[in-house]
Each structure stands twice: as C-alpha cells, then as structure tokens.
Design a binder for this molecule. Structure first.
Ligand SMILES: [Zn+2]
Ligand SMILES: [Zn+2]
Length: 404
C-alpha cells in the first residue's frame, strides 16, 4: 500500500481564538534562571566526563549498550515527539504510541507535552523572541542556553494542545515523566550492564549518562546548527537550513529548511536519496504493518513551486507563475457575485475557503468575518506565519482575480 498524499492539517492558528486579538495582549517574555534544569544538565555532563575518563572501554558490549541507547532515544524524539506528536505527519495506533512514548522518555528531554508545545512555538514564531530556541539569540543560546532559562511565553496560550490533552499516552507520560526518565537512566542501565557484561557501573556510565549527552546534543544541533549551516532550497523566510551531516547525526532531522517549509510532511529529507531513516521507518511501518494507517505527504507540485520560487529569488529573475486562466473582476463585481458565498479576498484574488473544509486549525471563525468577498489579506499576512504549503494551497483555491 503506497502512502496516501493527504492534505496536511494546519496548526499555525489556534482553535477558538479570534485573530483580531493577536498582538494586543502580548507582553514582553519574562526570563529567570531555571536552577533545577541547569543543575541536572551540568551534573550529567560532569558525571559523563568523569565516567568516560575512568571507564574508557573498547568492550563492544558496553559500546553497543551506548549505541542502542543513543539510537532508541533519538528515534523516540524524531519518530515520536517530533514527527508524530508535534506535527501529526502520520497517524499512529495505540500500541505504537505506547512504544514511541517509552522511546521518547529514553531521550530524557522533558515530557511529550512539554516538548511538543515548545516545538510548536518554535515553528509558529521561528527566529522571534517567542521562539524558545531562537537563532537570533546566538548559537549558544539556541543550542543549550535556553535550557538554563525559565521562560514564560505569553504566546503559548495561542498554541493548540487539545490533541495532546486528548491522548491518554501523553497524559500518563506527562504525569510520571520524572520517575520514568530517571528509572531508565539510574535503574535500567545498571541492571542491563550487570546482566549483560557483569558491570553495573559501566552500564550506568555508558548506557545512562554518556548516551544521554549524545542524544541531547544531537537533538539540540537541530535548534542551533540547523539554523546556521546548510542550504536553503525551499524557503528564505526563516533561518532553517538543510545539512547532510546533521541529518546523519539525527536520523534525518537535518533537512531543516524543507521541514520548516512543509512541517506536516512525514519526510524531512524529501528527495529519495536524502538520508532520513526516520522517514524510512515511518514508510515501512505504513507499508508493512497496520501501526501507521496514514502518512501525510506534501504534493510534489507544491514542493516544486517552492523550489522554483527560491531559484527565481536567487537568480533575480521573476518567477513565471502558473497561468491558470482566472476571470478578472472589479471589487463591485466580486461583491455582487460572491456576497452569499464563503469566498474571501487574499492578495487581490478571490479565494474559495469553503474548500478548506475543516483543514484550517483556526476553524471557520477565522474566515467568517470576511465571507462574501471581503479582504482578509492583512490578517493572512500579518497575524500568522503561513508555511510554504499553506501559501500553495491558497493559490490553488483562487477562483478570480481582482482587476486593478
Ligand atoms: Zn527549527
Ligand atoms: Zn518540527
């Protein structure tokens, strides 16, 4: 069964929120040191460094325990926290969600709910003050500096968390995250070390602490280096870049420019040959099992359009837009013809938003005030950062052009 190219849903606007309120109630984000996080993070590094010095080994069993921990934790983050819970780029059945939650807990990066909400904030407000790992605050801050800061994000209330609250796996993991995560490091690893190679301490050091450091920094490279180094093939709008080395360190997450352009695609490395084990696993689960009933892919023409737009910007040549013959009409004609319809005006085009159906996460009320051919360009441009995919979709829903 081949993956179905489903229309990705949007999470960039929030259900039950009126866009008109955006921007009016925002106060400056407060910052204070997050001592418990800082102490835990630093002490893990110190223990890992001392442990590595005293327990340096070439025993393949110890190194395999380290490698498995590293990879299981990474996949828990990439397959579970990121591509499933953050972006819903595929559907996962309950057994798979339970496995992903256990693997993600091995990643030791906070609960699913905690991680996903910050990640959604990162996508929605990339490179701004409300981006938890904003690259504009420097490489160190975007890599690990944010961990030491207890930030209060006023815009977090605009981030949808209803799907997370509805998921019993997420609720359970959130409630018991600290004992679960600590047990995986402090109990499971020494036990495995003792049972496998008769050395509980080596198991704790390599399978517990050093593996956690590897998982952390590989994940954090995506917040830091993937916004500094690499190619921008699909969008110049944000600092995200595509980088093969980072993709190899993170099971495919390094193709970050594509991901920021089309976050709902289960692929981060969209080309067939792009190194992206996470997408291969999702594809295999979808094709050979019932665990992944649906995967979401961006239509090829939208990806191609984004790529051509970037090429045109690079070369300075104007992009030859698709020449779909649309009727031209004046504003008065639009009002007369569309006054009773669910059409709005966006950037001088009449757009039939009824075809959106329930896809827009802001719900119908986002458009309602503009039905009947009213202009919502200002809201469309200023109030939300729409992805490349969103823009392509709006272009496809155009039904008429406003004559100047
Ligand atoms: Zn990013
Ligand atoms: Zn993402």
């Amino acid at each position: 069964m081949a993956p179905q190219a489903e229309q990705p849903v949007f999470i960039e606007t929030i259900k039950n929120k009126q866009p008109k309120k955006y921007g009016k109630t925002i106060t400056k984000d407060k910052v204070e040191i997050w001592w418990s996080n800082a102490i835990l993070f630093i002490s893990y590094h110190i223990i890992a460094a001392i442990g590595m010095y005293y327990y340096w080994t070439n025993d393949w069993r110890v190194l395999t325990l380290f490698f498995l921990n590293w990879q299981i934790g990474m996949l828990g983050i990439t397959l579970g926290y990121h591509r499933f819970w953050s972006h819903k780029s595929y559907d996962a059945t309950l057994p798979l969600r339970i496995v992903l939650a256990i693997m993600g807990t091995c990643g030791f990066q906070g609960s699913i709910k905690w991680w996903v909400l910050r990640h959604r904030l990162h996508h929605r407000y990339t490179d701004t003050d409300s981006d938890p790992y904003s690259s504009k605050r420097g490489l160190f801050y975007s890599h690990v500096g944010w961990i030491f800061v207890k930030s209060h994000y006023p815009k977090m209330k605009l981030i949808d968390q209803s799907d997370l609250n509805d998921d019993p796996v997420v609720r359970f993991q959130h409630k018991y995250f600290i004992p679960l995560a600590l047990s995986i490091v402090l109990v499971v690893q020494p036990l495995l070390g003792y049972l496998w190679f008769g050395d509980a301490t080596a198991g704790l050091i390599w399978g517990g602490f050093i593996a956690r450091i590897a998982i952390w920094h590989c994940t954090f490279f995506i917040n830091s280096l993937a916004h500094y180094l690499g190619d921008q093939d699909y969008s110049f709008e944000v600092t995200a870049r595509g980088n093969l080395i980072l993709a190899m360190l993170t099971n495919g997450e390094g193709w970050h420019n594509y991901h920021h352009s089309f976050p709902f695609d289960y692929r981060n490395g969209v080309k067939l040959t792009d190194w992206d084990p996470t997408k291969w696993i999702i594809y295999a689960l979808h094709t050979f099992t019932n665990l992944v009933p649906t995967v979401r892919r961006i239509p090829a023409q939208d990806i191609e359009k984004a790529r051509k737009r970037i090429e045109a910007q690079r070369s300075g040549k104007p992009l030859m837009e698709d020449t779909i013959a649309l009727p031209e009409m004046t504003l008065d004609q639009v009002k007369e013809k569309y006054h009773n319809t669910k059409c709005v005006i966006i950037e001088n085009y009449v757009v039939d938003v009824e075809k959106f159906g329930d896809e827009h996460p802001g719900g119908e009320q986002v458009f309602k005030a503009y039905y009947g051919g009213k202009d919502c360009t200002a809201a469309y441009i200023k109030l939300n950062r729409h992805s490349e995919y969103a823009r392509s979709l709006v272009e496809r829903l155009r039904v008429a052009k406003i004559s100047q």
